[in-house]
Design a protein around this ligand. Structure first.
Ligand SMILES: Nc1ncnc2c1ncn2[C@@H]1O[C@H](COP(=O)(O)OP(=O)(O)OP(=O)(O)O)[C@@H](O)[C@H]1O
Ligand SMILES: [Mg+2]
Length: 256
């Protein structure tokens, strides 16, 4: 049964999509069956995995039009790494869901139909705390929080942890924090080192040992429609995501 991990931070541009796309790739390369659900209307994860655009059906149809998952799941260029595309249609879902009963549970119900096919299901969430994000968190067992090594990054984290508590207390979930991962880290910069130090000191949950370095190849890879493992597997960014994937897998031996 899959571990369902939402990649979440309401701050924009912190490396959620880069983490979702490349962590998924290394989990698959390490022999796991992986599904990445692009749950952001910006559809950045979709375009990072393929040149194809305008999928006739995407995750919007999965949650609101009862499309069967088999119509939505696509193979990526990597064995055992599948994805479900998103599209700007998904932004309409925020409005459509508002008046529906059990509006927080639509993605969860969709994922329950297919979770037995995978070892990991990663959900790439948008930069907001909207009903889409709540659907993503309610659907997940765990949340992984990318934190950019930058001055304002730690602000907003307590708000996110508050939302997780609200979900657990009011929506009957048992969402856990898998951990925070530092992104765009530059160990030569004093500011990066300070942010890392403060995150490790004040964040009440695990902070992954792996720090994702600022790496131009990570920023370039999406324009080739490829994860870093197929674009520049020797880059520092690639090696960091491989290490992060190993840390995620190792967590299983510690779960009792
Ligand atoms: N480690 C890195 N090194 C260099 N560039 C990076 C790195 N991680 C992400 N980027 C670049 O930073 C930008 C933001 O990253 P990304 O899209 O992953 O963030 P995001 O949190 O998903 O953004 P949004 O909130 O808009 O969904 C992108 O242009 C991406 O290519
Ligand atoms: Mg994104």
């Amino acid at each position: 049964m899959a571990r369902v991990i939402a990649i979440c931070n309401q701050k924009g541009g912190v490396g959620k999509t880069t983490t979702a796309v490349n962590l998924s790739a290394y989990l698959a390369a390490l022999g796991r069956r992986v599904l990445l659900i692009d749950f952001d209307p910006q559809a950045n994860a979709t375009s990072a995995l393929t040149y194809e655009r305008n999928f006739p059906k995407n995750i919007y149809h999965g949650i609101l039009n009862h499309s069967h998952y088999q119509e939505l799941v696509r193979p990526s260029a990597i064995l055992n790494y599948h994805f479900i595309p998103s599209s700007p249609d998904l932004s309409g879902a925020i409005i459509e869901l508002v008046n529906l009963p059990e509006r927080e549970y639509y993605l969860r119900k969709f994922i329950n139909e297919l979770r037995h096919h995978y070892d990991y299901i990663l959900i790439d969430l948008p930069p907001s705390l909207s009903l889409l994000t709540v659907n993503g968190l309610v659907a997940a067992d765990e949340v992984l929080i990318p934190v950019q090594a930058e001055y304002y990054s730690l602000e907003g984290l307590s708000q996110l942890l508050g939302i997780i508590d609200l979900i657990n207390n009011n929506l009957g979930q048992r969402l856990k924090v898998a951990g925070a991962v530092l992104t765009m880290y530059d160990k030569r910069e004093k500011l990066s080192r300070e942010v890392a130090k403060n995150l490790r000191k004040y964040f009440p949950y695990k902070v992954f040992e792996t720090e994702i370095p600022r790496c131009v190849a990570l920023a370039e890879a999406p324009s080739f429609g490829k994860p870093i493992i197929l674009y520049k597997p020797d880059s520092t960014g690639a090696m960091a995501y491989e290490k992060l994937a190993k840390e995620i897998i190792e967590q299983e031996s510690k779960i009792i």
